[in-house]
Ligand binder design. Structure first.
Ligand code: KG4
Ligand code: ZN
Length: 373
């Protein structure tokens, strides 16, 4: 069956068509260039741009897939969480087409889509196995989710304040790096020394996260390095930093953020029995330093478990799994780690497989915040 999916929860207008698990087309129009000038997303501007882009994006997805409305079996759309105006454009469009063309409509949670980005074009022999842990790391969320089977989500850890992507974006602003902050920090970090500055890890015993302290620690260290007082305007600090200092701050911050994420993931894996797969999801999962470190901790154990454990910081040494039991880790392909509609389509595909009923196109509502379910 062909599924046409629409995503418009933040600043990407996207449409994709999936035939079972095979992607036929994937169109993403990003508003990043518009928001670079402002240093962040302005919700009203985002909604207006979605309105202009959505119909051409859908038309292109249909023509790229060489199909027509007649051969679309179902429509899927992101309805929560996200920016209200942005969600409204996507859902109203999807509802209208569902009614007009008499197609079943599936309302998909955005974090579910991010998790399912790991199933795109994966047949059942290589797809993630259950039970699994999902680390959802985006601009608005930082959560560890336990899944015992498809469409079953238990949030076992969440951030108590900022999301990790938000922290990347805020630290990038302090360092004067362009929006979006995550890729800018990652690029600047390539030339930096990750051990130059030490930032504390939050002292939280359970699986929850906190990132606001890390952002403040970076700010205080930059102020100290520049010999300015605590009330010095943070947007002016960038003018006092050398490019070498910016690279070192980016690398040291990135290393700390990655370690905080992976320490909690290791803790989750030791607490939950028999984890078969670990899937990473959301914009921050594109981060190369994170991918490298996660591979060192989980995958390379197959060849040199003792050596790699010896080199790890204390929490990473506590992993109880032996090489044979080590869960397989999955990262979305780079084009599916940020917002896109292919992940919405694949999430709908697994809802249909599980026998979940479509939603009513006349009454589907949106919500800016809601937990995955
Ligand atoms: O999933 P996403 O595209 O949108 C949301 O659902 O929030 O995630 C966006 C977040 C932003 O905070 C962005 O800075 C971050 O993902 N991000 C990265 C990287 N690429 C995007 N963070 C770290 N490293 C990256 N390479
Ligand atoms: Zn997202």
């Amino acid at each position: 069956m062909n599924i046409l999916a629409i995503e418009s929860s933040c600043d990407e207008t996207a449409c994709a068509i999936l035939h079972d698990t095979t992607l036929l087309s994937n169109v993403v129009v990003s508003q990043i260039d518009i928001f670079k000038a402002y240093g962040g997303v302005i919700p009203e501007v985002a909604a207006r741009n979605h309105l202009e882009a959505i119909l051409p994006v859908i038309d292109k997805a249909i023509s790229d897939a060489k199909t027509s409305w007649k051969d679309i079996g179902a429509i899927a759309v992101t309805h929560t969480p996200g920016l209200l105006g942005s969600l409204l454009i996507g859902t109203l469009t999807a509802r209208t087409f569902a009614i007009l063309h008499d197609k079943p409509l599936y309302a998909i949670h955005h974090l579910k889509s991010h998790i399912y980005s790991n199933w795109i074009e994966q047949n059942s022999s290589v797809a993630p196995k259950f039970p699994l842990l999902a680390l959802v790391i985006s601009g608005g969320h930082t959560q560890i989710i336990y899944m015992k089977e498809h469409n079953s989500f238990e949030i076992i850890g969440t951030t108590l304040d900022d999301a990790v992507g938000e922290c990347f974006d805020k630290v990038a602003k302090i360092l004067g790096l362009p929006y979006p902050g995550g890729p800018s920090i990652a690029k600047a970090a390539e030339k930096g020394n990750p051990d130059k500055y030490k930032f504390p890890h939050p002292k939280i015993d359970n699986l929850n996260f906190s990132f606001s302290g890390l952002k403040t620690a970076v700010l205080r260290t930059v102020q100290k390095t520049c010999s300015v007082s605590l009330d010095y305007p943070s947007h002016d600090l960038k003018n006092l930093l050398t490019s070498e200092q910016i690279a070192d701050f980016a690398a040291s911050f990135q290393k700390t953020a990655v370690d905080i994420l992976l320490e909690k993931l290791v803790l989750a894996e030791t607490k939950y029995e028999n984890i078969k797969s670990i899937v990473f999801a959301g914009g921050v999962s594109a981060n190369k330093a994170l991918r490298k470190k996660a591979n060192e901790i989980f995958s390379s154990l197959e060849t040199s478990i003792e050596v790699s454990k010896e080199n790890q910081p204390e929490p990473f040494k506590k992993r109880k799994n032996t090489a044979n039991e080590s869960p397989r880790i999955y990262f979305p392909a780079p084009q599916f780690s940020g917002d896109n509609a292919a992940m919405v389509a694949i999430a709908a595909y697994y809802e249909i497989q599980s026998g979940i009923e479509p939603t009513n196109p006349y009454t589907l509502d949106i919500s800016p915040r809601s937990n995955i379910s």
